[in-house]
Design a protein around this ligand. Structure first.
Ligand code: SF4
Length: 223
């Protein structure tokens, strides 16, 4: 008799959990997925880059936050979201688009810079330079953070110069992180490699290009 009462309680609990899943967890998950598809944060994401630079100047140790900036595009690509980071979240892309919107000379990027070999070469150079600087930093937290901060500010400076001479987000055409993300996307496709070893539902393909922030027709050709 006692066993049967426990069994009934257990059954009720399972039912309750199932209802919770149907009523709360699944809708929340669907909402998050929908939000991921539709929402762009590019209007304000530049503020993150400004905050990063300000904090980094105040104390170089904040430079470690740069790992998040470098890791985010790859994380999204590994989750089968393609270049969603470039299109909707990237603080650097947002800053370049907003900051240079009115000062850019709007010139066309030289053709050689748009070639695959150039982009892959730049990615290789970035990886080598980054590895060497990390090697020299050893396990020293301060040096690692400083190297990362220097790396981030230098690439932003190059991005700003390119954005002034060419179109605002010209950097995005050659950006090593964008190139690396594209390579991951080619391998992973729209599969989420973190979800149960390939048991996930295939996701909608993400747009494979950056979102232009300016509305000028000429700027649409930028990246
Ligand atoms: S290409 Fe690079 S800078 Fe441009 S949006 Fe993507 S990660 Fe950001």
């Amino acid at each position: 008799m006692r066993q049967s009462v426990e069994f009934r309680i257990l059954k009720q609990l399972i039912k309750l959990l199932k209802s919770l899943e149907t009523l709360v967890i699944i809708p929340l998950y669907e909402m998050e997925e929908k939000e991921m598809k539709n929402k762009s944060h590019m209007k304000w994401a530049w503020a993150i880059m400004i905050a990063f630079l300000t904090l980094g100047i105040f104390d170089f140790r904040f430079g470690v936050l740069g790992f998040a900036c470098m890791g985010a595009p790859m994380y999204h690509a590994l989750r089968g979201r393609g270049k969603v980071h470039c299109a909707k979240y990237c603080p650097r892309g947002s800053l370049l688009g907003r900051l240079l919107e009115n000062v850019s000379m709007q010139n066309k990027l030289p053709k050689f810079m748009t070639k695959k070999n150039f982009k892959h070469g730049l990615l290789a150079v970035m990886l080598i330079v980054f590895s060497i600087s990390m090697y020299h930093a050893g396990w020293n937290f301060y040096k690692i953070a400083f190297s990362m901060f220097r790396f981030m500010t230098m690439s932003l400076a190059i991005g700003i110069i390119m954005g002034i001479v060419f179109k605002p987000r010209s950097w995005c055409t050659v950006c090593p992180m964008g190139t690396g993300t594209g390579l991951i996307q080619k391998q992973v496709g729209n599969k989420d490699i973190f979800s149960g070893l390939g048991s996930s539902q295939p996701k909608q393909p993400q747009p494979n290009h950056v979102v232009q922030l300016t509305k000028k027709p000429s700027d649409k050709k930028a990246a």
